[in-house]
Structures are given as C-alpha cells and as structure tokens.
Design a protein around this ligand. Structure first.
Ligand code: ATP
Length: 478
C-alpha cells in the first residue's frame, strides 16, 4: 500500500510540475532530479522559512554563501579524503553494488519486525562492527543471515571494500565537489568574526549544494548524488558543549513540529547509529518513510575537530580571545537535508480525500506558508467582462503575493488543479462581483466558500499564508 502510494507520489510530483528526472530526454541520470515550476517555489519557501528562523530570529546567527569548490587541503584537514568512506559490496551475478549495512538493516526490518530482541541483537552487532570497521564480521553477518541479491536471489558476494564518497574533478588535480556545506563555514570563521564582530556563542548558517557519490542512490529525493543542505554551525565555549547540544536538539525538533506533519508518522530524536568521523555526539530527527524511520536532520557535536585541523593544515590561528582565554571554540552543528525535507512534506501532505458527494479529490495539504502558490484568481465564465475584472484583481495583488490567474477550464476543474498543488485559497469573480465588488473565497482544506470584498483579498492572503504567525511562535522558544 505504502509503496504504491510512493509511486503515486512520484508521478504526481511530475504531472504537477514539482519534480522531473534530470536530463529525461536522454534517458535520465541515476538519483539526480530537477525541480519544476511548483517544485522550485515550494523549495524556495522551505529555504526562506529555515533561513528566517535561523538568521532573523537569532541575533547571534549570521549567514554565508561559500563556494562549492574549495582548496584541496580543506578536504584533507576535514578528514574527508581519508575518512569519508562507505563500505561497499558487489554482487558478482547482478553486477550491482550495495552498502552492506543497508542490506543488513533492510533484512532485519523485513524479517525481524515481530522479534524485537533478534532485531536489536543483530543491529547491535552490526553497529559494533561498523564502529570497529570490522569488514570481515559484517561479511560474516551477511552470510549468516543468508542475504541474497534482491534481483538475482543468489548469494554470490564479493568481499567488502572501502569507497570514498567525494566526487573528484577530472583533470583538476585534487579538486573535489564539496560533500557538505559546513567546511565553507569553518574556513570563513575568522572573516566572519572580524567583519561582523561576533562573540561566542554565535552561529553561521548556510544553504547550498552538496555532492556525494552514493553507492545506492535511490528512493527518489531521499538519497541523491547532488542535493542541498541547510546547515548551521554554532560556536561555543568547550565547557558548554552539553548545554548547547541539548538546546539545539530541542529547538530543531520544535521547528519541525511547526511543519504540521502528522505527529505519529513523525520525528523521533534518536542517538545517531553510527557517528561521522568528526562527531563526538549525534542525534537524528527522523521521519517514518514507507521504507522505515530515516534521518532528515542531524544534530552533532563536532567539538573543535574542524577548526583544530584547519589550524594545523593552514598554519593560521582559528581561535578566539575572550574572557581572558585564548581557545578554539567547540561547535554544535544542525544539518538538514532540503530535498529530504521536501520529500517529507510532499509525502505527508498528499492526500486522497473522499468528498461528501462521493467523489475523490487529490489535495496537497501543505502548511499555507510553504504552498508554492498562495492564491488563484478565476473568472466564473470567460465572458461578460468577468475575465477583465479577475485579471485586474490578479495584477493588483500579484505585487504582494505569488498568485495564478486561470480561465482555461471549468471552475470545478480549476479548483481540483489548485488542490493538487496545494493552493490555500481560490477567489472567483462572478456576476455578483459586478454589482457588489465581492468575490467567492474558497478554502482548500475546509472547502468552505464565503463572499468577501475585493479589497480584503491581499490582507487575507498576507495574514493566512505569510510567515509571520509561525516565526512569532518559534521566537518564544529562543
Ligand atoms: P545518511 O546516513 O542517510 O547517508 P548522513 O548521516 O550521511 O545521512 P549527514 O552527513 O549528517 O547525513 O548530512 C546531513 C543531512 O543531509 C542528512 O540528514 C540528510 O537530510 C542530508 N543528506 C545527506 N546525504 C544525502 C543524500 N545523498 N541525498 C539527500 N540528502 C542527503
């Protein structure tokens, strides 16, 4: 059922201009996607919400937009050249490549779902071996569980090997596409302190593209090779590590809960199963996808790992002198995948609803402040001067809000189309408009219709679909 719904979601995203496979006319490219006209609006609204929540509500968090290409020493200092590895196993018959831990996790989810003890025991062994990088034991586990290739159903596996996930640029010695945005924050640490007179504790936020040569890049937007991250590095006194780690875990979860996602399908804060090479502690905010609870955002304590290594490699001091102390600050990181969050929002908002008259409608119940289009303006019929009035309303209000004007189909079909892309309000100009300067306002969720004066349209859209309400609520938690 869920898998079927996921296929429906992928097709809905394409038909309504949210997500297209990249280079589709040439047969597409594995795990790379393009955002269509409605997709880019939704994505920009998510970014805007995150950016304002971080850099506008917090007076001690500033932004940066660093380059994707960086000096090659950055990736030596950050540990990515030596340690940003995944394990991989090949299947000799299918010639397919897998991540062994994911093969095991999927096997356990599928076969031990009603035997929690067995599940726990197997996963603990897996995580112990991952921690110790004991490739032999992971291979033994695959053999003991008799895991076979999902397509060929045979067990003809190779040994497990390491595989670096960074994309190296050919003909450019040692240049890489960045695998995380965080390093552009660390390398600008001193520039930002000096230019913006920052004092500990303070944060630097960034939204940008990252690239990872994922071995199993699949599951639509969940695991891509080119994706976007929204990251914030918060610089603190080392002795305040726990305090800020707990603070950011709590605050990031609160932010997610403002997205109106069904709580039970929703996030848990879990200790990260397998810590990244830079992290001292890590927690994930997870979502229950059709393929199980999966990470959307990580909150990590990176300690002084990055700044210390950049000091060593660059021979430049990356310290602060405050409170009569000269020290390298610790860092708490919040790292959210924009495309993964897009997928979560799309998945949890897309509904098939049975209406009172027995028909089914497809509706995208996004929070109003994230909807790609805030309102649609229609004339009831394409004659008697109604299109002209509707067009005038559109032209007056479009300066303030993202709207559409549509007259291409019957009113019922126009409503259905706006439901399918998540537009909160539709305003229809009819014959009464000529006499009373009022229009019918229809709400996406309640389907209620009421008459309002033309002058009220812009104010209603502003009040109901703007970020003000949600930002105000979040500001209480700071
Ligand atoms: P995973 O274990 O799922 O590979 P990760 O622990 O490697 O994720 P981080 O390095 O902590 O992920 O990156 C922070 C966030 O970036 C993740 O929570 C996720 O939302 C996003 N992200 C990471 N890799 C990808 C990817 N290949 N495609 C889309 N988003 C990703």
């Amino acid at each position: 059922m869920n898998k079927c719904f996921f296929d429906f979601l992928i097709s809905h995203a394409k038909i309504y201009g949210f997500i297209f496979p990249s280079s589709e006319i040439y047969g597409g490219l594995n795990a790379i996607y393009d955002y269509g006209p409605h997709g880019v609006e939704l994505k920009n609204n998510i970014k805007d919400f995150w950016w304002k929540s971080m850099t506008q509500l917090y007076e001690n968090i500033v932004g940066v937009d660093s380059s994707i290409l960086m000096h090659s020493d950055v990736w030596h200092a950050s540990g990515h050249v030596d340690k940003f590895n995944e394990f991989l196993i090949d299947h000799k018959d299918s010639k397919k490549r897998y991540r062994p831990e994911i093969l095991i996790q999927e096997y356990v989810e599928k076969n031990y779902f009603n035997d929690p003890k067995k599940k726990e025991k197997t996963l603990s062994r897996l995580y112990r071996s991952l921690e110790k990088k004991d490739l032999t034991d992971i291979k033994i586990l695959i053999d003991e569980l008799c895991i076979s290739d999902p397509v060929f159903k045979t067990k003809n596996w190779t040994k497990i090997r390491h595989f670096n996930m960074m994309f190296k640029i050919e003909n450019e010695k040692n240049l890489y596409l960045r695998p995380e945005t965080a390093q552009g924050i660390f390398t600008n640490f001193h520039n930002i302190i000096k230019s913006n007179r920052m004092k500990i504790p303070f944060g630097i936020a960034q939204i940008g593209k990252s690239f990872r040569n994922e071995i199993i890049a699949r599951r639509f937007l969940f695991r891509m090779r080119e994706f976007e991250q929204m990251e914030m590095q918060f610089f603190i006194l080392p002795e305040e590590e726990i305090k800020w780690y707990e603070y950011w875990k709590k605050n990031r979860l609160k932010w997610h809960l403002e997205l109106n996602i069904e709580y039970k399908k929703y996030y848990k804060l879990c200790k990260h199963d397998h810590l990244a090479h830079y992290a001292n502690a890590g927690s994930d905010i997870k979502f229950n996808f059709p393929f199980g609870f999966q990470e959307i955002e990580g909150i990590h304590s990176r300690r002084d790992f990055d700044l210390k290594n950049h000091e060593f490699f660059s021979k430049k001091k990356l310290r602060v002198f405050e409170l009569k102390k000269n020290y390298i600050p610790y860092v708490i990181e919040t790292s959210l995948g924009l495309d993964r969050l897009f997928l979560v929002l799309f998945y949890s908002s897309l509904k098939k609803e049975k209406l009172k008259n027995g028909t089914i409608r497809i509706v995208l119940k996004l929070p109003y402040y994230l909807s790609p289009i805030k309102a649609a303006i229609f004339p009831l019929v394409k004659k008697d001067g109604l299109p002209e009035i509707a067009k005038k309303i559109f032209n007056d209000v479009k300066i303030h809000h993202k709207l559409v004007y549509d007259e291409k189909e019957s009113i019922g079909k126009l409503y259905r189309r706006q439901d399918a892309i998540g537009t909160p309000f539709c305003f229809t100009v009819d014959y009464d408009t000529i006499k009373t300067d009022t229009v019918t306002m229809r709400n996406r969720d309640s389907l209620d219709q009421k008459r309002i004066h033309i002058k009220e349209i812009s104010k209603i859209i502003e009040k109901e679909t703007g970020l003000k309400k949600v930002l105000k609520k979040l500001s209480y938690f700071i």
